[in-house]
Ligand binder design. Structure first.
Ligand SMILES: [Fe+2]
Ligand SMILES: [Fe+2]
Length: 229
């Protein structure tokens, strides 16, 4: 039987259709940041396959679809789209050369790349006053930004664990990783990047990192079928 997920209270409160301040101030800001990310992408080497502004749109679109798949309303799904869209804007604070290397990144380069999370948080916290940052929508935006590279087994960027990661973050982590592994990059070698294969790896090679119940629902949403047994 399909598990039922109710909309978290904070997300109900964050509904963008009920928050004029968010619609009039924050959403145009988020759109401008994605446009700036597109400009940043243009500074990276020609032919790089993984454009961050497009990844951001796809990740946020997947999260919106996931919310609708759980039976949540259009306005709640749109709220999640907007709250997740800026999750990677901190990448713009880093030198463009850090992302597109022929070889695997060194541990030092990995540390720099990972700092896009704290850089993004600093951008948001430096842009909006405390009373805005306290709004439910902004709390969800910051929660997704801070935790989108965490895993349930504690192997993520900050080593947080299952109990630290709420439902929205668990959904966002699946959507983010799924898109990241669905765009072929040179270091992948020969690899099937179909939705079925990508989700299959998330279920097996990455077992324990994602919420298994949510991942099985995500598979049904993307592939129309439950996991292979
Ligand atoms: Fe990220
Ligand atoms: Fe991302």
């Amino acid at each position: 039987m399909t598990p039922r997920y109710t909309i978290p209270d904070l997300l109900e409160q964050a509904d963008i259709t009920k928050n004029a301040d968010i619609r009039e101030t924050v959403l145009p800001y988020i759109r401008s940041q994605i446009e700036a990310l597109e400009v940043y992408d243009a500074q990276r080497p020609q032919g790089h396959p993984y454009e961050f502004h497009l990844h951001s749109e796809r990740m946020a679109g997947n999260l919106r679809d996931f919310a609708l798949f759980l039976g949540w309303s259009e306005s709640i799904a749109d709220t999640l789209y907007w709250a997740s869209l800026p999750h990677d804007i901190g990448k713009m604070a880093l030198p463009p050369e850090i992302w597109d290397m022929e070889d695997k990144p060194t541990p030092e380069q990995k540390t720099v790349r990972r700092s896009h999370v704290t850089e993004g948080l600093a951008i948001i916290r430096g842009t909006f006053p405390a009373n805005m940052l306290a709004l439910p929508f902004m709390q969800i935006l910051l929660d997704i930004m801070e935790n989108h590279h965490e895993t349930l087994d504690g192997t993520g960027f900050f080593g947080k664990k299952r109990g630290d990661l709420d439902l929205i973050v668990r959904m966002a982590c699946i959507c983010d990783a799924f898109d990241g592994w669905s765009v072929h990059r040179p270091h992948f070698g020969v690899r099937d990047i179909s939705p079925d294969a990508v989700i299959g790896r998330m279920e097996t090679e990455k077992k324990g990192q994602f919420d298994a119940e949510l991942l099985s629902l995500f598979r049904i949403m993307k592939c129309g079928t439950p996991a292979h047994s």
